[in-house]
Design a protein around this ligand. Structure first.
Ligand code: URA
Length: 228
């Protein structure tokens, strides 16, 4: 293995890796995929994410934002990337979008501590809240794939175009595809509007984004009940 693929995960002040990780096996070049099955646990994945230097976002971060919620959750929610508050707190969806997401989930009795695992396409904050670049999403994709493999949710919710494209490669507009069930690698999967889009479109009129979200989240509740 090339020397440049060995060391970048291990700054001197980092805490020791757990023994279960094949330390040398993790490519530090963001264009080289992280092989499926790399991590034995979400804890191992978190350790590596916290040391990650696979793309330039590492330089600007305060915290790596890996996840919140339950590792046994039947629903996994994928967002775009951390914003300012997420970067400060090290947790996804804790700002205004996150508060709205909590409300939407609670409206159909979904608890973010019990029923949902929340993560993002990229684990470090893109400057100025811009969307992640293809290179950044690609560099981080292995972590997301491993999160999905380890949580093994029944349902995956993709919030917004970045999550939809980042995971499935689908480039259609969210407005065209939201609310439709897809099968993706053995998981039921639905694209939904990003909460930030709903915050910019507050109308609750029939056919509005908020109204459509209400239809979608009820369909998610019904699918979960059907699968449980
Ligand atoms: N928006 C996202 O997509 N993810 C977050 O974690 C916060 C806001």
């Amino acid at each position: 293995m090339a020397d440049d693929q060995i060391d970048l995960f291990a700054p001197e002040d980092a805490s020791p890796l757990t023994e279960t990780i094949e330390y040398d096996a993790i490519p530090t070049d963001g264009s080289v995929p992280i092989p499926p099955g790399t991590y034995g646990s979400l804890a191992d994945l978190t350790v590596h994410c916290q040391r990650c230097q696979r793309c330039d976002l590492a330089a600007g971060r305060t915290h790596v934002v890996v996840s919140r919620g339950s590792a046994q959750a039947p629903i996994l929610v994928v967002g775009e990337g951390p914003g300012q508050q997420e970067d400060e707190q090290g947790l996804p969806f804790v700002g205004k979008s996150g508060q709205l997401l909590e409300k939407i989930l609670a409206a159909v009795r979904l608890d973010t501590e019990r029923d949902v695992y929340i993560c993002n396409v990229v684990k470090c904050r893109p400057p100025g809240n811009r969307a992640p670049t293809i290179q950044e999403s690609t560099a981080c994709k292995g972590y997301l794939m491993e999160q999905i493999r380890l949580v093994n949710p029944k349902i995956i919710l993709l919030t917004g175009a970045t999550a939809l494209k980042g995971l499935t490669g689908e480039k259609k507009a969210i407005s065209k595809i939201r609310g439709q069930w897809m099968q993706w690698q053995g998981h039921w999967c639905m694209a939904i509007f990003h909460p930030a889009y709903l915050l910019r479109n507050p109308s609750r009129d029939r056919g509005s984004p908020k109204w459509l979200m209400w239809q979608d989240i009820q369909a998610v509740r019904a699918k979960l009940d059907e699968l449980s």
